[in-house]
Design a protein around this ligand. Structure first.
Ligand SMILES: NC(=O)c1ccc[n+]([C@@H]2O[C@H](COP(=O)([O-])OP(=O)(O)OC[C@H]3O[C@@H](n4cnc5c(N)ncnc54)[C@H](OP(=O)(O)O)[C@@H]3O)[C@@H](O)[C@H]2O)c1
Length: 209
């Protein structure tokens, strides 16, 4: 399969890319040094290049993240909103708009974002993060509606938080209760290909339960 991973620069991108490569697939990992996902024309050109070079796409895994928050609702910084708007919403808009035509034509395409429990249970100091993730979820569910009747699916995976080996090495006593290991996240994304597109299109799959 041809799998595009956007926001591939960090440990989560590494785990997802490793998973698909291990299973014999071609991964096109896109980090900031490859394409600035805030540049709509550049993202459009990326989709064009994938189509020219590979003819089709089987998966788009969007992994750009970021967190901002305050100690209380009153202390919320709207500058933080601007930052998260770009990271969590605008990059998603560019990627989904650019790849939707390819996903519509795909024989078994998957589009995936990773959202957070906080989107449905926002804490007092987490308004900007929760609202940005809720917007990203709604955007993805709209893409899912556009994919209805095709062989592709857009799905929201929900975690409390992610953990990777570097985090464990830094804090061996951490425990990280309720966290999802990035390798388990990668396997969950791979598992989306074992289920019919219609079954998972437009759903939120909670990986913590
Ligand atoms: N970490 C968690 O606990 C947690 C919890 C809930 C949900 N999630 C979600 O899970 C996904 C992965 O999380 P994460 O913590 O691994 O994400 P992350 O490290 O915050 O972001 C992933 C990558 O996105 C890249 N990126 C940022 N802006 C970009 C741009 N304009 N163009 C291209 N690439 C850009 C960064 O590349 P550079 O390194 O080159 O800047 C970074 O390596 C995210 O969607 C996140 O919101 C994570």
């Amino acid at each position: 399969m041809i799998i595009v991973v956007t926001g591939a620069g960090g440990p989560t991108g590494d785990a997802v890319s490793r998973y698909f490569r291990k299973h014999g697939h071609t991964v096109i990992g896109v980090g900031k040094k490859d394409v600035d996902l805030l540049d709509r024309a550049a993202v459009q050109a990326l989709a064009g290049r994938v189509e020219r070079e590979h003819g089709h796409v089987d998966g788009v895994v969007h992994l750009v993240g970021g967190w901002r928050g305050g100690r209380s609702f009153a202390e919320t910084s709207l500058d933080d909103w601007d930052v998260l708007h770009d990271l969590l919403i605008r990059t998603l808009q560019h990627v989904s708009l650019a790849f939707e035509p390819l996903l519509r034509r795909s024989e078994n395409g998957r589009f995936v974002i990773v959202s957070a429990k906080a989107a449905q249970r926002p804490g007092a100091g987490g308004a900007v993060y929760a609202a940005a993730k809720a917007a990203a979820e709604a955007w993805t569910l709209s893409l899912a509606d556009a994919l209805k009747g095709t062989s592709s699916a857009a799905t929201v995976l929900v975690v409390k938080a992610l953990v990777n080996d570097a985090m464990r090495a830094q804090d061996p006593e951490g425990g990280f209760p309720g966290f999802t290991d990035v390798n388990d996240l990668a396997a969950a994304i791979g598992g989306l290909y074992d289920r019919p597109a219609a079954e998972i299109n437009g759903t939120r799959l909670d990986l913590t339960s």
